[in-house]
Design a protein around this ligand. Sequence first.
Ligand code: NAI
Length: 248
Amino acid sequence: MHDTYKNKIVLVTGASRGIGKAIAYKFASQGAYVLGTATTEKSAQKISNNFKKKQLLGSGFVLNIAKKSSIEQFEKNIKDLDAPNILINNAGITQDNLLLRMKDDEWEDVIHTNLTGMFRMTKLCLRGMMKARFGRIINISSIVGLTGNPGQTNYSASKAGMIGFTRSLAKEVGSRGITVNAVAPGFIKTDMTDVLSDEVHESLLQHISLSRLGEPDEIASVVDFLASDRAAYITGQTISVNGGMYMG
Ligand code: NAI
């Protein structure tokens, strides 16, 4: 096992599956202590058990980033541990609809989870990072935050919002040794894209230069790079990992 992240505490939201799970393992397999969050007690327990089975450091915690009370409870649950040095704001949801049909709660749920959740989790971790004069914050945005996508006004607004947040916070905290960056994945093989029909899948491939969907581990690799010392001079950036689907 590598020890790149020995003595580092990494908090990954939405670590029960998909991209978050790949990110959690990427750090744990390099010696970090990973706090992986899930929305249910059962999934949180599964995260803990899987780390133990693989002899990796870390544990699962219940957290709903859309609920202030859940965030406060999570804060209490981790108070005896050292403060996270690295925060990966990964948890996110979609609730697609054309704007004219979009209900208030579809708009609010997505903005509240993806954007307000990131805001609250970042605030929770920032004080410890400021004190330590070191920190890495990596926000998982999306290609559609850059390009837009019909049926996703709520989701793309939230993901574009994450990019503005990333840039502003990078300017606020850079002098404290904290970098803040975003990763904008294209279409990655997870539960989120499993719901796409074969027809949508086929037409997507025509727009992806590498002619395939990405793997969660391919996002985790870039997150790993941004968290490492090799990326110490990168901040306020949004790194696209999309197989050449969008090159702007
Ligand atoms: P997923 O649906 O497989 O996993 C999402 C994770 O977030 C799960 O662990 C889930 O429990 C957690 N989560 C959802 N709502 C939550 C809440 N209120 N509080 C705490 N955790 C919550 O999705 P996937 O594909 O792994 O996505 C991860 C991130 O990557 C998301 O932010 C997503 O928007 C983004 N993304 C995914 C892409 C893809 O093609 N799969 C493309 C671009 C961005």
